[in-house]
Structures are given as C-alpha cells and as structure tokens.
Write a protein that binds this ligand. Structure first.
Ligand code: PGA
Length: 252
C-alpha cells in the first residue's frame, strides 16, 4: 500500500506568525481527516523553527522548499540540508518548476541537492512536469522521462525507496487550470513505468503526487485515480480549511 500524502508548498507566503497560525489550524483540524492521509507542510526557511514547535505532538510533518547543493561553507545566502534537518524537517521539495525556471536549477544541481538531502536523512519530494508549449507539442512524456532519468536514475535502490515524486504540469501551477483526472492518471502511470524500468517492483511503492491548482473541489476526482497518491498543494495550502478538505478527497 502506497502512502497517501497531501503536502502544502507555502512558497514565499506568510510571515512567521501567520505561518504558525496556519500550522496550528492544520493541527487542530487534522483529526477530522483519515489518519491514513499523511499531511506535510513546507513553509519558508524562516518559519521552520516556529512551525516545528506548532506541529509538536501532532502527526503533521515538516518539509522545506529547497536546500543547498553543498554541505556547508562559503555559499552566502544558501541553507544546507543539515540545517533544515536540525530544525525538524523530514522532507525537502527539490526541482520545483519555479526553481528550475527562475533560479536556473539543472539536473546537475539537483543531483547534488538530492545527495545532500539523503545524507541528512531527508526525503526528497522531487518535482517533474512540462510547460504549456511542451504539452501542446505532445512532448510531455519525453520531458518528464528526461527529468527522471537525469536525476532519479542516479539514486541507489535504498534511496529510491525513500522518495516522493510530484508531477506538476507548469501550465496548471497557480493558473486555476487543473489537469483533468484522466491527464493526471495517464502521466502518473507513465512515470511509474519509467521508474519501474530502472527500479523494478519498488516503483509500485513510490508515492506520486499531483500538483497544479489542486483544490477541495477537484481533489477527490484526481486522487481517485489509481496512480495518483496525493497532492502537492500551493495556493490552497494557505488556508487550513482548504488544505484539510483536500485531504478529505481521499475519503470520497
Ligand atoms: P498551486 O501550486 O497549487 O498554487 O497551483 C502547486 C505547486 O506549485 O506546488
């Protein structure tokens, strides 16, 4: 049985005190959602410590949105995987399309970040996904395949057993335009096949999340698909009520 995961990517939103209120809201309402759903919140670095305190005693887990490619040293402005792990993070989002697009993250950088994550006991949530031009040109399968081959294929079997993948079509992120449940299933099944080509039966255990304008009104339909194991949620994760309602999508 694959893990069911609803992860909130807060991006560069909320001040620390607001983040604490949001995390408290998630903790307070969490009991209304099946304990089979694993909730993860990924606030900005600056809030990790306070949000970790707010999550204490609950089963809501903490993740960061990025980590440095290097272990430590003279890298002004960077935050090491060891630092976020020390603050209580269990997960780190890597390869988000916004990082690839605005900060030039390449597979080469991401390989190093993945190594740092594993070296510090963090589970990467590795993001893949095509942009609109690529989708319209019918290249989406090739794009996600390359993003997986260039990074995930370099993992050991042991590392792969501790990986979450998020499929996020760039054209659906923050646009209100969601992939249909059928589009999500089609590409999730394809991703699982690409993973199985390298890792065999272990691919059946890898959670693959959908991301891109996922909200309470569409989560149930998307999560009902066989190869969709949850969501990576941006905008709708900024309201505890919506975030939790997305988790309820598994019950419908
Ligand atoms: P969105 O973002 O839910 O606001 O579309 C998802 C993401 O980028 O992780």
């Amino acid at each position: 049985m694959r893990k069911k995961i609803v992860a909130g990517n807060w991006k560069m939103n909320t001040l620390p005190a607001e983040g604490v209120v949001l995390a408290e809201g998630v903790v307070a309402g969490r009991g209304e959602v099946c304990s089979c759903v694993n909730f993860i919140v990924c606030p900005p670095f600056t809030h990790l410590s306070e949000v970790a305190a707010a999550l204490k005693g609950s089963d809501v887990e903490l993740g960061a949105q990025n980590c440095a490619a290097e272990a430590k040293g003279a890298y002004t402005g960077e935050v090491a995987a060891s630092m976020i792990a020390a603050l209580g993070c269990k997960y780190v989002i890597l390869g988000h399309s916004e990082r690839r697009q605005y900060y030039g993250e390449t597979s080469e950088t991401l390989n190093k970040k993945m190594e740092q994550a594993y070296a510090n006991g963090l589970t990467p949530i590795y993001c893949v996904g095509e942009n609109l031009d690529e989708r319209e040109a019918g290249k989406h399968f090739d794009v996600v395949k390359a993003q997986i081959e260039e990074v995930v294929y370099n993992l050991t079997a042991e590392q792969f057993a501790d990986l979450v993948i998020a499929y996020e079509p760039v054209w659906a992120i923050g646009t209100g335009k969601t992939a249909t449940a059928e589009q999500a299933q089609e590409i999730h099944a394809y991703i699982r096949k690409v993973l199985a080509d390298k890792f065999g039966a272990a691919a059946a255990e890898c959670p693959i999340l959908y991301g891109g304008s996922c909200k309470p009104s569409n989560a149930a339909e998307i999560f009902a698909k066989e190869d969709v194991d949850g969501g990576l949620i941006g905008g709708a994760a900024l309201k505890a009520e919506d975030f939790l309602a997305i988790g309820k999508g598994f019950e419908k």
